[in-house]
Design a protein around this ligand. Sequence first.
Ligand SMILES: *Cc1c(COP(=O)(O)O)cnc(C)c1O
Length: 367
Amino acid sequence: MIEFLNLKSINEKYEKELFNAAKRVIESGWYILSKEVAEFETDFAKYCESDEAIGVCSGLGALGLIFDGYKQMGVLSPKDEVIVASNSYIASILSIVQNDLAPVLVEPDLKTYNLDPKKIEEKITPKTKAILAVHMYGQCADMSEINKIAEKYNLKVIEDAAQAHGATHRGKKSGSLADAAAFSFYPSKNLGAFGDAGCITTNDKELAKVVKTLRNYGSFEKNRNIYKGYNCRLDELQAAMLGVKLRYLDKINKKRELIAEKYLQNIDNPKITLPKVLPQNTHVWHLFVIRVKERKKLQKHLLKNSIQSSIHYPLAPHKQKALGELNSLDLPISEKIHKEVLSIPLYESLEDNETDLIIEALNGFIY
Ligand SMILES: *Cc1c(COP(=O)(O)O)cnc(C)c1O
């Protein structure tokens, strides 16, 4: 069976260095907010070409702290509207509603699955204060166009870069393309931890200080709490192990890109729509997502050929029970995407003969 994802095979390449990093932390006797987190923050900021990086507990935590941080700074107020793509992962939308802000869902571009800049302006009202640009599946949203609109209406722009570590737009890295960015190091992401972890990047010194305070109970100075903060810290252990994998991230992304190129050149079936990369972007292929009308049949056909697949995501956020207030929205592009997308295996430890079999099976799908 070709598994959809095999984290063990991905991580065993770095086993020795990972064990050494873990040993170093265990022997240090200090497990929360110390030198491993500080070192990883320095390295990750540099990697993202950003001034500041703040390690946090998860991707959702990173997003939430950015929104709460802007509220503490007086930049955002309760009920302010935040524009976000309607096909994003639910975490993006939860981070908005959990901060008492109002998500305004805008349809994506069907070719890139990212926010369609042409559809943003018609949704802007006097209450609109920010745009959350999700870099879907590993490709940056059209940030130059989004930033132009934001400048015109004086909006903050936040990147949800949870799927796009190392992706670029017009030569600039994700994490440096807007006012602030949120990353997730959930184990399956391109830079994956060994549990939950996340990071915020920004060039805004004030925001950096506020989120650093919020992640640790609202306390910057021991026992002085200036905000109603959270426990949303990055662990020393995760930071040390992430530091090992960060050194290989470009290599990991390169391998993923080679597999994606092979798929793009060789998958040839009129029933299957392949993903598109904008010329101004480099894609890091967190997921290789195709579209097909008979999705169930294709999944069955792949399984018959011993190939697992997955769906990102089967149900649109505005159709989820948890977001009942959005259930009546009519978002046909998003609904089409959620009905037709299928993710096929793409990860750095896939072998050549496995990708050959995947291509063969997809090209042999007829119904
Ligand atoms: C994974 C992901 C998140 C959430 O990250 P967690 O670390 O699981 O909290 C947010 N947004 C997007 C687009 C994601 O893919």
